[in-house]
Design a protein around this ligand. Structure first.
Ligand code: ADP
Ligand code: ADP
Length: 228
């Protein structure tokens, strides 16, 4: 059975100025260990789709299931990385403190937590900066902290919403390679959302293309990744 299953999802926003159909009819699924990209231009409903999957927004109709269970609120087995890295990190906690925080909600011994945090910080190349505070780091490094936090948490699925849209080209290329490595070496299941078609093709094993004009279109592309 699929890890994540989205069926005939539709979301209409109602406001005083009228209604907006943010998502028409989207269906896709991903299996455990896959890296799937969702790509589409600004305004096509990517953020709305992710908020529904993350249990932060109730769809107008359709169904979402994670590991066979209907998503009705934020699933504890999901981790999220957003574009706004600065706002997702706690400024009064060190890098280590930020990565460790979500683990405190899991029943783990202190030594097990330390092992997971050390392992995640090494995986993202931050083992030298564990005692720094987020504001002492560049945007790219802050995004590595956010990724380390997700790695240490060991989610069933990692959701990334335009995570590298705000960093410079070189930093972005390095971070994309980091995502590929986490997927290949650790088998992480990753749903990666971007408006950049090149990025989606570089990263995704499968790409779900969303576009709004002239009508709702959804296309699934299977991409054969060349071995490294
Ligand atoms: P994307 O992330 O692809 O840019 P969004 O999901 O943010 O797309 O938006 C899809 C559509 O829904 C857009 O037309 C946007 O203006 C509209 N929209 C998004 N959020 C709201 C909201 N809270 N209320 C009304 N309309 C919204
Ligand atoms: P990037 O180098 O990835 O583009 P930024 O543009 O976010 O990263 O940051 C550029 C520089 O500004 C970084 O080297 C960092 O030291 C500094 N900086 C960023 N955010 C802050 C902050 N909140 N407080 C102090 N310095 C910051």
């Amino acid at each position: 059975r699929p890890l994540l299953n989205v069926e005939h999802l539709r979301k209409v926003y109602e406001s005083s100025t009228g209604t907006v159909e943010a998502i028409g009819d989207i269906s896709f699924s991903m299996t455990s260990g896959e890296l799937v990209c969702i790509v589409g231009p600004s305004g096509c409903g990517k953020t709305t789709l992710l908020k529904c999957i993350a249990g932060l927004l109730r769809p107008t109709s359709g169904a979402i299931a994670l590991d066979g269970r209907a998503v009705t609120g934020p699933p504890p087995s999901m981790a999220l990385v957003f574009q706004e890295y600065g706002r997702s990190l706690y400024p009064w906690l060190t890098v280590r403190g930020n990565v460790e925080l979500p683990l405190k909600h899991k029943k783990l011994s202190a030594s097990e937590r330390t092992r997971l945090v050390d392992d995640a910080l090494a995986a993202v190349g931050l083992d030298h900066a564990t005692a720094s505070y987020p504001w002492q780091l560049s945007g790219g490094m802050q995004q590595r902290v956010a990724i380390a936090r997700a790695v240490a948490y060991q989610p069933e699925v990692l959701i990334m919403d335009e995570p590298f849209a705000a960093v410079d080209a070189q930093t972005r290329a390095d971070l994309e390679d980091l995502v590929r490595a986490l997927h290949r070496e650790r088998g992480m299941s990753i749903l990666f959302v971007t408006h950049d078609i090149d990025e989606s093709v570089y990263l995704g094993e499968r790409v779900v293309v969303l576009s709004k004009s002239p009508t709702w279109v959804q296309e699934d592309l299977a991409i054969d990744l060349a071995p490294e």
